[in-house]
Write a protein that binds this ligand. Structure first.
Ligand SMILES: *Cc1c(COP(=O)(O)O)cnc(C)c1O
Length: 393
């Protein structure tokens, strides 16, 4: 083990050398079923031929030029994403935190444009928006913030999905300019917004001239069975952050905006050296193509439901299973006790899973799962959960 990496991750003792479809292979040749997908990144699975081809061709032609020049692939990607989402303009960056950082900056500029001196953004408890100073301040976890004070000012926090709490802030705080929320909280434990929350939030935002900003870094690009998580609600946001699944592993993030919000940034307001370079954009375009060609949105809806209902059936009478929830292929199994050690148990059995928020098993498989993968995953995970709950009892 190297001692030359900063100590930011407690890494599992395994290194993968190759992937194909929904499977990964380690250095010893052992095969694993992947239900992590690089934390909701590798939506097309591993080494998808169409993606590999697009990357190779673009790398051979031009990897990077600069945003000092026109980048046709970036223009094309912006057009595609806007057509799919109903947004008007895109800003490209390289990660989820940068996409959210762009949204935060956009909201502040929007507020100042309206003469609001201390523009305030409403954010949620248990939120995760990233690790930059702005996005860790917006995140709702002391673990992420502790030690990095002073945090930024200009944020107000409410319980996740609590529309009444937002109404109350609206009455008392005249500095609010935007609300930033995840459609399904990922790191926070696969928490789904209550039905009609976004409809209510849209009304409040419209009444007060606030921007409705969605962090779709994890939920976007098919993860929940629609292109974007908000499309289950019938409501369209003003600003949306994307990253994880967008580039299938080649780093790219995007902040999309609509209407007035789309006109806030001017030359010099914001920028990125690498953001939206030809390689990243070609990869993202190929990702969108494959999702369309292989009908993956429908696959996510069907297989996601099959995984959830399979788990519900297998764990129906099991004491200690608090909830099985999620949307599409973003699935959480909440237990009544910590379960981090299940990650290693599953890995030994050749299945890669993740645990978040201490007690929630998070399954975010590649969007390409077939019946075989669904069945193996359900059997493996339900078996482990039963053992875990019996052992500890
Ligand atoms: C992963 C994630 C981020 C942060 O993305 P990075 O690429 O790690 O900066 C932000 N928001 C949500 C909802 C995420 O899931």
């Amino acid at each position: 083990m190297t001692t030359h990496l900063m100590n930011t991750y407690t890494r599992q003792p395994v290194a993968f050398v190759r992937g194909e479809g929904a499977y990964l292979w380690d250095e010893s040749g052992k095969r694993y079923l992947d239900a992590v997908a690089g934390v909701a990144v590798n939506g097309l699975g591993h080494a998808h031929p169409k993606l590999v081809k697009a990357i190779c061709e673009q790398a051979a032609a031009l990897i990077h030029s600069s945003n000092l020049y026109r980048i046709p692939k970036q223009e094309e990607l912006a057009e595609r994403l806007c057509a799919l989402s109903g947004m008007d303009r895109a800003f490209f960056c390289n990660s989820g935190c940068e996409a959210n950082e762009a949204a935060i900056k956009l909201a502040r500029l929007y507020g100042h444009g309206k003469g609001i001196e201390v523009p305030t953004i409403i954010v949620m408890e248990k939120a995760f928006h990233g690790r930059t100073m702005g996005t860790l301040t917006a995140s709702g976890s002391r673990k992420i913030q502790a030690g990095f004070e002073p945090l930024l000012s200009g944020f107000a926090r409410v319980p996740f999905g609590d529309i009444e709490a937002i109404r109350q802030v609206a009455e008392h705080n005249k500095s609010v300019v935007a609300v930033l929320v995840e459609v399904v909280q990922g790191e926070g434990g696969i928490n789904v917004l209550p039905p009609d929350f976004l409809v209510g939030l849209r009304q409040i935002c419209d009444a007060h001239g606030w921007l409705l900003m969605l962090d779709e870094v994890q939920t976007g690009i098919g993860r929940t069975g629609t292109w974007f998580g908000f499309q289950h609600s019938g409501v369209v946001p003003d600003v949306m952050a994307l990253a994880k699944g967008l580039g299938s592993g080649v780093p790219i993030g995007a902040c999309l905006a609509r209407g007035e919000a789309a006109e806030v940034f001017k030359p010099g307001s914001h920028g990125s050296t690498f953001g939206g370079n030809p390689l990243a954009c070609a990869t993202a375009l190929a990702t969108l193509d494959v999702i369309e060609e292989e009908n993956l949105l429908e696959n996510v809806r069907l297989r996601g439901e099959a995984i959830r209902s399979g788990l519900r059936q297998a764990l129906a009478s099991v004491q200690g299973v608090v909830d099985i929830r999620g949307e599409g292929m973003m699935i959480g199994i909440e237990l009544d006790r910590p379960c981090a050690e299940l990650v290693a148990v599953a890995r030994d059995a050749g299945v890669l899973i993740n645990v978040t928020a201490d007690t929630v098993i998070r399954l975010v498989p590649p969007l390409i799962y077939g019946d075989a993968e669904v069945n193996v995953l359900v059997a493996a995970v339900s078996g482990m959960v039963k053992n875990h709950l019996q052992q500890a009892a």
